[in-house]
Design a protein around this ligand. Structure first.
Ligand code: ADP
Length: 160
């Protein structure tokens, strides 16, 4: 049973994240999308709201689940018997940070391997911040996130 974690903030989940989840779910027996609370980033959505959106978006993949975790990621990987950490690599500027994290995590836990996956090229420009920014100016975000997430972003921005 090969298990991978796909950690991130997912504030909110985009089609880029979903692309990576689909690729990982085909490679592993089990994929756990791991939501970091990340209060430092002052997320738009609570961790629970992000988790709910992910659960809804991944429900067609029976081997994908979602959990909130705040702490040392490699410890969570060990707790769940996960042997891989999946991270997305969009552009070369992602690489430096991901390489550093991969080395740190390997130093902390030799048995946990970091795998960098490239999304489909149409998602290389996409990140959660851009989606929130476009939405805040009333722009159309339909090609960035599933419709039910677009709706939740709109409601959240009105509430703010
Ligand atoms: P973090 O705060 O950990 O970077 P994110 O939610 O921004 O959390 O991203 C989680 C992971 O998903 C990261 O590895 C990031 O590189 C990857 N990712 C984000 N957007 C995309 C995308 N459009 N295509 C592929 N991977 C992506």
């Amino acid at each position: 049973m090969k298990t991978a974690l796909y950690p991130g903030t997912f504030d909110p989940l985009t089609y880029g994240h979903i692309d990576i989840i689909g690729r990982a779910s085909a490679l592993f027996d089990r994929v756990i999308v791991t939501v970091a609370k990340n209060p430092k980033k002052t997320p738009l959505f609570t961790a629970e709201e992000r988790e709910d959106m992910i659960r809804e978006a991944v429900k067609s993949w029976p081997n994908v689940t979602c959990e909130i975790f705040d702490g040392l990621l490699v410890q969570f990987a060990k707790d769940r018997q996960a042997t891989a950490l999946i991270r997305g690599l969009r552009v070369i500027s992602d690489f430096e940070y991901e390489l550093q994290m991969a080395h740190v995590n390997r130093r902390l836990a030799q048995e946990v391997v970091t795998i960098l996956m490239m999304p489909g090229e149409k998602y290389t420009y996409l990140n959660s911040s851009i989606v929130k920014e476009v939405a805040s100016f009333g722009g159309d975000i339909q090609s960035f996130v599933p419709p039910f997430i677009a709706e939740k972003i709109k409601i959240k921005l009105i509430q703010k």
